[in-house]
Design a protein around this ligand. Sequence first.
Ligand SMILES: [Mg+2]
Length: 473
Amino acid sequence: MKNATQRLVGRRGFLRTAVGAAALGFGGSFWDDATLEAATQNVNRNSRPSQLKITDLRVAVVKDAPMTCPLLRIDTNQGLVGWGEVRDGASKTYALMLKSRILGENPCDVDRIFRKIKQFGYHARQGGGVCGIEMALWDLAGKAYHVPVYQMLGGKFRDRIRGYADTTQSKDPAEFGRRLKERKDQGFTFLKMDLGYQLVADTPGTVTMPAGMIPHELRNTQHMFTGIELTDKGVAMLAEYVAKVREQVGMEIPLAADHFGHIGVNSCIKLGRALQPYNMAWLEDMIPWQHAELWKKITDAIEVPTLTGEDIYLKEDFVKLAQMHAVDILHPDLATSGGILETKKIGDLIQDYGVPMAMHFAGTPVSCMANVHCAAATENFLVLEQHSVDVPWWDDLVTGVEKPIVNQGFVKVPEGPGLGVELNLEVVRQHLAPGEQLFAPTPEWDQERSHDRLWSFDYRMAEPPAAKRQRAD
Ligand SMILES: [Mg+2]
């Protein structure tokens, strides 16, 4: 397959010969490269989107961004390349297993392809493959029609996207407050902190816990099944921790809190009430999102906003939580929730119930730009997470946008076609995860075969008439 440069040279060669021959009446050319470049500069060389076909899907996994992130490259028959990204921490297999289902498709049919492959996603990391491909399809569609993604979603509500950031943890609230103050000094207008019971658990009498619990076994135990509860003393110490942080950053800047540890519902309520004087922006994922009724019990019992959503796949569960007013704010991760269009739909649907949409994000600038286009085009967007403020090479992964990408806490909405960024392959190469290659061929995923039906039907109705006749003969 020719790359873009080869195609351009091929067309120039043809033009030079054809125009020259026509003008002079004999073979050869009097057009030099500069003249030809000027004559063809307004030609849209990607001018046949209706003929665009997907020809390949490849992966490059980077590490320490700060997460491990599988980047996607979708190739086409016209030399256009689309970039996408699987959810941070997820397996690249979630995308590669979809390759055989998208080969030969026109990537501009984003919604149709999404509906074809969405059965292969699920909550949390398992949504990453479907969403990563969806991002790359939008990138290709935008490049094919030469418009930024936000424009294809209906246009912009804003030109720059507000970010929120947290920082590394410290059990010393003065030290942690100082680190968070640095984020404010960097220009961030919205902050987040972790507030786990582990901050105070070293002090006797702060936490009740069944004896003999092994921490790593707790990881996949849902919060209310651990038997861990905060005592009044533990609640008071956590509130005091926040008070000391507020002394450093002030009371005015929004300050959210996350990662409370696996505590029960009543501990969540006690802590929420104790945090009310500190003007928290939200309390995040205190219990798993699946327990909507328990979330509503917490939300109704406290006057601090509650939030969940970073592990929910597809719009339906977001709508259910919004209808119930189980939480005050919903928080999709676009690389899990269904990609760019599904997340815009989530925003629009929950807006009808008066619920704002914050956005969780922890990937590279490719996924960041997918978020930025979606946030720009969604009216009830509140704020977008920025997780890579301390990664010095994060900006260098891409070209095509202003640097720093996160400037004074905001990202400017790019105006280039598609997502608006191109990967810097040399920087990607420098940060590949161990054992990973830079977009190596993936022919082993070309032929995977399964009958992907979602309901039962008579297979004879799907048989082409010619085949049926042949069989009868
Ligand atoms: Mg979170």
